[in-house]
Design a binder for this molecule. Structure first.
Ligand code: NAD
Ligand code: IPM
Ligand code: MN
Length: 370
């Protein structure tokens, strides 16, 4: 018997609802055409939650997320809420979800679809065939370290404080995810840190090395400074297989990696917690991009990152590899046919809206499964 997949959908702000709508159509397609029942609940996060409930994530929504098999999120934030105090900003809603669901491993795969080789700002020969996985630590580091805040000094100056902290176990658990992934891919891990200037970076390097020597001696490990990784990503991205790094470096390096794929609108992500004894795990899936206020509400956004995030959900939460493959093939087929949203537009191609990109992917899914 196929069990019901309980998915909580939090569309959020800006282009969030627009890109999530297209992913919902794909869920509906799988439900109808592949006979896999989905129970989709919807809730608010970010600015939408502030407007509806006065907080970026209501406790009731947090409880729904705890109960769901998986969460699909659009994006949060926007100019309307930028002046709010820190603890009330839309972004806090997303950070609370990550922290309370203990989603410490954020997988951000940068793969270049063959038809998009020319869409990157980098030369085709640099990005062709790229397939790298960034594993970003997501619940620790400078995003959450204490002390933090803005304080007033006696001389009238203000001081902003954030603290970078990592413990051995935080480093090991995300390291294990990276090494396990590498075993299923190219067996190579690059760990990015600033061990030359930060004690937490020194600890990161030592503990990742220890983990490799004790449990993953079959996997090749190299350590690099994060600034050098930023440079190498532009010079020779194909040299990387899995990159494991902390919360802040992972945030920055993944936006950089997105540009290999053509656009931020192409990069999906999965945020995972520990695997439970029953095989399940808490998980949240979201595009790497934000709410894109500059194009919000205009039906211009690229929904592919969100649709590929759904495909990651099918793989990681539901073991539905056939359907995940189908979605990725449909995306590739649509791109090959020259259908493009503005962000991945190229001469001679047809520029389409968010909705038409969704239509095209559904049409391709129909064709593939006919
Ligand atoms: P952004 O990712 O929203 O936009 C950066 C640029 O990429 C913009 O030019 C935008 O138009 C473009 N872009 C992004 N996604 C696109 C898509 N799907 N299709 C086409 N073009 C796309 O980053 P930003 O402008 O720095 O941040 C805007 C807001 O989003 C801020 O409030 C920020 O905090 C928030 N944000 C949220 C998330 C998230 O929810 N996970 C991630 C990043 C930023
Ligand atoms: C991301 C975003 C978030 C982050 C913000 C919105 C909290 O940039 O998911 O990459 O910094 O992690
Ligand atoms: Mn980011």
């Amino acid at each position: 018997m196929t069990t019901m997949k309980r998915v909580l959908v939090l569309a959020g702000d800006g282009i969030g609802p627009e890109v999530v709508r297209e992913a919902l159509r794909v869920i509906d397609w799988i439900d109808r055409r592949r006979h896999v029942p989905f129970d989709v609940q919807q809730g608010e996060v970010g600015g939408a939650a502030i407007d509806a409930h006065g907080t970026p994530l209501a406790d009731a929504t947090m409880a729904l997320a705890q109960e769901a098999d998986a969460v699909l999120l659009g994006a949060v934030g926007g100019p309307k809420w930028d002046a709010l105090p820190f603890a009330q900003r839309p972004e806090r809603g997303l950070l609370r979800l990550r922290k309370e669901l203990q989603l410490y491993a954020n997988l951000r795969p940068a793969t270049v679809f063959a038809p998009l080789v020319d869409a990157s700002t980098l030369k085709p020969e640099i990005v062709r065939g790229l397939d790298l996985m960034i594993v970003r630590e997501l619940t620790g580091g400078i995003y959450f370290g204490e002390p933090r805040g803005i304080e007033l000094l006696p001389d009238g100056q203000r001081r902003g404080i954030n603290t970078q902290v990592y413990t051995t176990s935080e480093i090991h658990r995300v390291g294990r995810v990276a090494f396990d992934l590498a075993r299923k891919r190219g067996s190579k891990v690059c760990s990015a840190d600033k061990a030359n200037v930060m004690e937490s970076g020194r600890l990161w390097r030592e503990e990742i090395q220890k983990l490799r020597d004790e449990s993953y001696s079959d996997v090749e490990l190299e350590h690099m400074y994060a600034d050098a990784v930023a440079m190498e990503l532009l010079r020779r991205p194909n040299r990387f297989d899995v990159i494991v790094t902390d919360n802040l470096f992972g945030d920055i390096l993944s936006d950089e990696a997105a540009m290999m794929t053509g656009s931020l609108g192409m990069l999906p992500s999965a945020s995972l917690g520990d695997q439970r004894a029953d095989g399940g795990r808490k998980a949240l899936y979201e595009p790497v991009h934000g709410s894109a206020p500059d194009i919000a509400g205009k039906d211009l956004a690229n929904p592919i990152a969100t649709i590929l995030s759904l495909s990651m959900m099918l793989r990681w939460s539901f073991d539905m590899h056939t359907e995940a493959d189908l979605i990725e093939q449909a995306v590739e087929g649509v791109l090959a046919s020259g259908t493009r949203t503005g962000d991945i537009m190229a001469p001679g191609m047809a520029r389409v809206s968010t909705t038409v990109m969704g239509d095209s992917i559904l049409h391709e899914l129909d064709k593939l499964s006919a």
